[in-house]
Design a protein around this ligand. Structure first.
Ligand SMILES: [Zn+2]
Length: 73
């Protein structure tokens, strides 16, 4: 089974080669990469992972904040 390298979602049924959770392009794995492309790929993956972590964290914070607000009402 394939797993998204960014959000770790199981993407065995990815649409059009894209992760349907975070939008990562899975075509990178299908094609052979040159050295330059591989460097670019690794850099892009690093950024995408960082952004994904931030997104997940902000969603969690949002939920916690909502709960706190609801509790004080
Ligand atoms: Zn993903």
């Amino acid at each position: 089974m394939n797993q998204c390298p960014v959000c770790k979602k199981n993407i065995s049924n990815a649409e059009n080669g894209l992760c349907n959770k975070c939008g990562w392009d899975m075509h990178y794995y299908a094609n052979g990469l040159t050295r330059n492309e591989e460097m670019r790929f690794k850099k892009k993956l690093k950024i995408a992972r960082r952004n994904w972590k931030k997104l997940v964290l902000s969603i969690k914070e949002n939920r916690a904040l909502k709960k706190t607000l609801e509790a004080t009402q």
